[in-house]
Design a protein. Structure first.
Length: 92
């Protein structure tokens, strides 16, 4: 059994979020029993795929944030040969 609090949603909000699925596919994902939510059979069936999608979405989000926060790229320096031989290490 799931409580709406586990989903960080109120019971009406969780039902509202699942209603597009119900309209498009004709299935309910949650059944409410008092203050608790219970997954329906279709929801239990797709739960592993949904968890995998959520995990992949978080990985993409993390990767994009890492690019935003880092300064990466190619630095090209132009200098005379004598200065570059004295101060810039040669690539190995």
């Amino acid at each position: 059994m799931l409580q709406a609090a586990i989903l960080c949603l109120t019971q009406p909000a969780s039902q509202l979020r699942s209603s597009p699925w119900r309209r498009q596919f004709g299935v309910k994902l949650f059944m409410s029993t008092g203050k608790e939510l219970q997954l329906t059979d279709p929801a239990r069936e797709i739960l592993p795929a949904v968890e995998e999608l959520y995990k992949k979405a978080k990985e993409v989000e993390y990767t994009l944030h890492s690019f935003k926060d880092s300064r990466t790229g190619v630095l090209r320096l132009t200098t005379s040969r004598s200065i570059s031989q004295a101060y810039v290490p040669s690539p190995s």
